[in-house]
Design a protein around this ligand. Structure first.
Ligand code: PGA
Ligand code: ZN
Length: 419
C-alpha cells in the first residue's frame, strides 16, 4: 500500500531539470524513479511540462513537481503499488487530456515508474522478474550509437545516429566487450585522421565528416581494427530521424531535395553496400504512404523501426500494423507517459510479430528501469547509447549484473533479426 509520493527537481545528463519521484509503502519499502527527456522529439509525443520563464532557461519542472505532490499524491496514497493498471488509470483520468498536457507526462511517468519499482522491491524480486515472471528468458542485443550526424552534430552527415550491433557475440557481456573495443578503435582512428573525438549527448562521436558513406566506412574500419569482422561479429543500424530532414513535402539530404521514393532507393544502395540490419525513422513522422512503400521495398530484408512515427502510442502502432508500414517499434516510456500504456504498446507490437526495441532518450539519468523492462518483456534489442558516459553505461551495467545473476537468460544474438 502506497504511504507517500513525493517528487523532486533534479538534473539530467544535459544539466537540464527533470523529475525524480520517491514512493514509500506501508511495509517500509522506498523506491525512486527518474524521468528522461528527448531532444529530437516527435510531434505526436505526450507533452513534457516545463515551467517557462527565466529560471533554467524556461526548462524548470517545479509545476510538474507540484502536480505530483499536490494533485497526484493524495489520489494514489492508499492504493496498492502492485496494481499498476489502476494507478495508471488514476493518473490518466486526473490528467484528462490526449497528450498528457495538463499535469505533464513527466509528472505522470515519474509516479507510474515509481509504483513499478516499489512493487518489485516490496515483493523482493528483481524488477525484470516482477515485470516478466518466468517468461523472461532473453538478454537483448545492444544497439550502440557511436557516430552522430543530423541535428545531433555540426557536420555534413544527414543521418542522426550510426549504431554498432554486436549480434554475433555469444553472450551479452561478450557483446559489450566487442562494442567497447570497437568504440575505442574508432576513437583512435578518428584521432589518427585529425578528427574530433569529443562526444555528443548519447556518448557517440561527432567528427566533421564529409558524407554519410564516410561515416559508414569509418565504422567498418574501426570494427576491423578491433580485430572483429563486420557482418559476422558486428553489424550496423541507423537512425535517420528523417522528420528532421523533412520540410515542405521533401527530404533534404546531401544538399538535394528527395522524394520518399528517392529516400527508399538511397536506403537500398546503403543496404547493398554495408552490413546494415536496421533503419529507424527512414521517413517522416506523418509520411504513412512513404512508410508503406519503404516496408514493401525493404521490409523483408531489414528491420524498419518507427520512433517519431509511432511515439510508443498504441493507437498509432495499431494503425501501423494494419497498414503494414514497418516491422519494429521503438519504445520510450516518456513518449506515452505511463508504464501500462508502454506495456500495451509492447504487447501489441509483439503480437503482430514485430520487434519492440526499448530505448533511452538523449537526456537521461542514472535510472536503469529500461534495462529491466527490456528483459521483462523479452525484448531482443535495447538502444541506450555508446559504451561511455555513466547515464548510458548504467543501463548496460544493469544488464551485465542481470546476466551474471541469472544464467537461465539467453543472449538474443542473431535471433533478434530473424524475419
Ligand atoms: P531523442 O532522440 O531522445 O533526443 O528524442 C533519440 C532518437 O531519435 O531516437
Ligand atoms: Zn529515433
Amino acid at each position: 500500500t502506497i504511504r507517500s509520493v513525493q517528487a523532486f527537481e533534479i538534473l539530467d545528463s544535459r544539466g537540464n531539470p527533470t523529475l525524480t519521484v520517491r514512493m514509500t509503502l506501508e511495509d517500509g519499502t522506498e523506491a525512486f524513479a527518474s524521468v528522461p527527456s528527448g531532444a529530437s522529439t516527435g510531434i505526436h509525443e505526450a507533452v513534457e511540462l516545463r515551467d517557462g520563464g527565466a529560471r533554467f532557461q524556461g526548462k524548470g519542472v517545479q509545476t510538474a513537481v507540484r502536480h505530483v505532490n499536490e494533485i497526484i499524491a493524495p489520489q494514489v496514497v492508499g492504493m496498492s503499488a502492485g496494481d499498476q493498471a489502476d494507478v495508471d488509470h488514476v493518473l490518466q483520468s486526473l490528467d484528462g487530456t490526449m497528450q498528457k498536457s495538463r499535469l505533464g507526462s513527466n509528472a505522470l511517468l515519474g509516479v507510474s515508474m515509481a509504483a513499478l519499482r516499489a512493487a518489485a522491491v516490496s515483493r523482493r524480486v528483481p524488477l525484470y522478474r516482477y515485470i516478466g515472471g518466468a517468461q523472461a528468458t532473453t538478454l537483448p542485443v545492444p544497439l550502440l550509437n557511436v557516430l552522430n550526424g543530423g541535428a545531433h552534430a555540426d557536420n555534413n552527415v544527414d543521418i542522426q545516429e550510426f549504431m554498432i550491433v554486436p549480434a554475433g557475440a555469444g553472450t551479452f557481456s561478450e557483446a559489450m566487450r566487442m562494442a567497447s573495443e570497437t568504440y575505442h578503435a574508432l576513437k583512435a582512428l578518428l584521432k589518427s585522421q585529425g578528427l574530433r573525438t569529443a562526444v555528443g549527448d548519447e556518448g557517440g562521436f561527432a567528427p566533421d565528416l564529409r558524407s554519410d558513406t564516410e561515416a559508414l566506412d569509418l565504422l567498418l574500419k574501426a570494427i576491423q581494427t578491433a580485430g572483429l569482422e563486420a557482418g559476422k561479429d558486428i553489424v550496423l543500424a541507423l537512425d535517420v530521424a528523417a522528420s528532421e530532414l523533412y520540410r515542405e513535402g521533401t527530404y533534404h539530404v546531401g544538399g538535394e531535395s528527395k522524394t520518399a521514393k528517392d529516400m527508399v532507393e538511397w536506403y537500398r544502395t546503403l543496404v547493398e553496400a554495408y552490413p546494415i540490419v536496421s533503419i529507424e525513422d527512414g521517413l517522416a513522422e506523418d509520411d504513412w504512404a512513404g512508410w508503406s512503400d519503404l516496408r514493401q521495398q525493404l521490409g523483408d530484408r531489414i528491420q524498419l523501426v518507427g520512433d517519431d512515427l509511432f511515439v510508443t502510442n498504441p493507437t498509432r502502432i495499431v494503425r501501423g500494423i494494419e497498414e503494414n508500414v514497418a516491422n519494429a517499434v521503438l519504445i520510450k516510456l516518456n513518449q506515452i507517459g505511463t508504464v501500462s500504456e508502454t506495456l500495451e504498446a509492447i504487447h501489441r507490437t509483439h503480437r503482430a510479430g514485430w520487434q519492440a526495441i526499448v530505448s533511452h532518450r538523449s537526456g537521461e539519468t542514472e535510472d536503469t528501469t529500461i534495462a529491466d523492462l527490456t528483459v521483462g518483456v523479452n525484448g531482443t534489442q535495447i538502444k541506450t547509447g555508446a559504451p561511455a558516459r555513466s547515464e548510458r553505461v548504467a543501463k548496460y551495467n544493469r544488464l551485465l549484473l542481470i546476466e551474471a545473476d541469472d544464467p537461465s537468460l539467453e543472449y538474443a544474438g542473431w535471433e533478434a533479426f530473424h524475419r
